[in-house]
Ligand binder design. Structure first.
Ligand code: ADP
Length: 290
């Protein structure tokens, strides 16, 4: 039961072309939508989540027409938006119960069981009586997943969920996502490459409103094999290397700079070939369009 997006476009009133003819097929499992800030990820996520309309194109979840049958989609959708606000003076248990009522789970006993199971699953059971205002960033995000899971969704959308989490919280959050991503579609929108490397079997890179690449992380890395070269240069040499070569990334290392260059052949003496990782794939895609 894939999610199929066809020729989707959206231009905002101010003329920003946020989505340009987007085509994607998203299968069951964790799907990573990777792109820099401003790429159009949230616009696409909000459109799939039925929160805004596209100008043209279609989105189908199996036989469900997402852009038309909005109520039906909302019943099978869980959404963790980029800015997930919580009521600070309410406990996790109370808010989850309240949200479960809104989701239509009317039976008290059933609701109590569901709320308890979700608090256990997201590892918030011991903190269930605590006000959400006192939750850490990671706990808030796990609460966000708990509310997104209400009503057994077939599709879950999480928009930039790990920004601002410390490494331990991020790890815990990754484990939670990978558990729930086994039987349903989970779309993870992120600008953090390692979120996708760690979690996703399928992915797309989007920039300037356009899909640049789709595939599975292992094969897209393999496709770049033989084209990524590395050199350690001094800071003063960086500009010259950039002028001569297609530099896809540069980062500091022990006071010097490691540059990665895209080239079909060895660029010059001193460069060595590197096995491409997903960051190379990502920067190769977005650096061409800067
Ligand atoms: P991302 O989630 O990848 O950072 P967004 O979908 O938020 O990207 O934004 C894509 C582009 O659309 C950006 O240039 C952004 O400034 C613009 N944009 C987003 N929302 C609106 C809006 N409501 N009105 C006008 N422009 C918008």
């Amino acid at each position: 039961m894939p999610l199929t997006i066809t020729n989707l476009s959206k231009t905002y009133a101010n003329g920003t072309r946020a989505l340009q003819n987007v085509n994607l097929t998203i299968p069951t499992g964790m799907f990573g939508l990777l792109g820099p800030n401003g790429a159009g990820k949230s616009s696409l996520m909000r459109t799939i989540a039925t929160l805004q309309d596209a100008d043209t194109g279609s989105i189908m979840l199996d036989e469900l027409n997402v852009l038309e049958d909005k109520d039906a989609v909302r019943r099978v959708l869980g959404y963790l938006p980029q800015e997930f606000g919580v009521y600070p003076r309410v406990s996790a248990e109370e808010l989850l119960d309240h949200l479960a009522v809104l989701k239509g789970i009317a039976n008290n006993k059933e609701r109590k069981e569901i709320v308890e199971a979700l608090l256990q699953q997201t590892n918030l059971w011991n903190a269930r009586k605590k006000n959400l205002g006192g939750y850490s960033g990671g706990m808030k995000q796990r609460f966000g997943i708990a509310q997104a899971l209400l009503g057994n969704p077939r599709l879950i959308i999480v928009d930039e969920p790990t920004a601002g989490l410390d490494p331990a919280e991020r790890n815990r959050f990754h484990n939670l996502l990978s558990e729930i991503g086994e039987n349903i579609i989970v779309i993870l929108s992120t600008h953090i490459v390692s979120d996708v490397t760690d979690l996703c079997r399928h992915m797309a890179i989007i920039s300037q409103g356009q899909v640049r690449l789709t595939g599975d992380p292992l094969s897209v890395m393999e496709q770049l094999r033989g084209q990524v070269w590395r050199k350690l240069v001094s800071k003063d040499e960086v500009a010259a290397v950039q002028a001569q070569h297609h530099v896809i990334s540069s980062r500091l290392f022990a006071g010097q700079t490691i540059v990665h260059v895209l080239s079909d052949t060895k660029p010059e003496a001193g460069f060595e070939e590197v096995k491409p990782d997903l960051e190379d794939v990502y920067f190769a895609q977005i650096s061409e369009r800067r």
